[in-house]
Design a protein around this ligand. Structure first.
Ligand SMILES: [Zn+2]
Length: 312
């Protein structure tokens, strides 16, 4: 499996799944495994799950462990900040010292990074976007993650935190678009696959998943097809905000909903130049919009990239 010193044990922790992979210094995924998160077993169970998932990989030496996780979290302190994904009953799990506990399990250096930050690092490393120094990655999944690299550096917010651009409101009066963060009309409330499916389900009077919505549109439901086109126009509005904020040359879309991009991306591509008309003089802020080629591995690759950069 290559020189042992080249390998990183990288994880991608989401609300429902934990994925593990060995990644080498060239960004090749050598082996991977996926397990389901068991919410009822709490934080102890989660740490145990990291071990079980790693044990499913072929035995190999590796130099470090790196975790991309849904936030909120603090990368330097290595802690999860009462993650919104994890509940046992109606009890949230509070502040979790993830890095400290994983060091005890693996006895290696351990890094933690916000999954949206890891995704943009993975895209720049292996996404095939050339030498661009300015790139935004949007992950359209259960939630919406946004990571940005500007002037070749990962963009951080104050206090070492990740800039939670998915919670920029597009419309604070959008009462039909409540967000998990407590506000109305955030980018995430408009564009998360789960929110989209929920709104659609309410209008159709039955529970729908994102995948079912995609299947209905592909099956010829013109009403759902129009809902996707509306989604594409909302995506253009969100991309406009991110362009004004971060001035990326490339915006790359990934996550579960990116696989349905043929249902909405034409609308996004058509509307965005109109929305950006006033931002094209001198320096043209209209970016290229691309769909990720990394098959949802950007986060795990970005986590590995970070560990490879760490001099130890
Ligand atoms: Zn929000």
């Amino acid at each position: 499996m290559g020189r042992s010193t080249d390998l990183i044990l990288a994880f991608d922790l989401g609300g429902t799944k934990l994925r593990a992979a060995f990644v080498d210094a060239q960004g090749r995924i050598k082996a991977h495994a996926t397990t389901r998160v068991r919410q009822d077993e709490g934080f102890r169970g989660l740490i145990q799950l990291f071990k079980e998932t790693a044990d499913q990989l072929p035995k190999s030496k590796y130099k470090a462990v790196s975790v991309a996780s849904a936030g909120p979290l603090h990368p330097e302190k290595g802690i999860l900040l009462d993650p919104t994904n994890f509940f046992t009953g109606d009890q949230s799990w509070g502040v979790l010292p993830l890095v400290r506990e994983l060091k005890k399990v693996f006895r290696k250096p351990v890094r933690l990074e916000n999954d949206a930050a890891a995704a943009v690092l993975g895209e720049r490393w292996k996404g095939g976007h050339g030498r661009t120094k300015n790139i935004v990655a949007m992950t359209l999944g259960t939630g919406v993650g946004v990571g940005a690299i500007c002037n070749d550096r990962l963009v951080r917010a104050g206090q070492g935190l990740h800039p939670e651009a998915g919670h920029i409101p597009l419309d604070i009066n959008a009462k039909d678009y409540p967000c998990g963060c407590g506000a109305n009309g955030c980018i995430e409330a408009f564009l998360a696959g789960s929110h989209f499916a929920h709104r659609l389900g309410r209008l159709k009077n039955r529970a729908l998943s994102g995948q079912e919505a995609v299947a209905l549109a592909r099956g010829g439901d013109v009403w759902v097809q129009e809902a996707f086109r509306e989604y594409g126009r909302q995506l253009a509005q969100a991309v406009r905000v991110l362009c004004v904020l971060f001035a990326p040359e490339v915006v790359v879309i990934s996550g579960g909903f990116s696989h349905a991009s043929s249902l909405f991306m034409d609308e996004t591509q058509a509307l965005l130049p109109k929305l950006m008309e006033r931002y094209r003089e001198g320096i043209d802020l209209l970016p290229k919009i691309k769909v990720s080629k990394l098959q949802d591995e950007a986060g795990i690759l970005g986590a590995a990239y970070l560990a490879l950069q760490t001099k130890k």
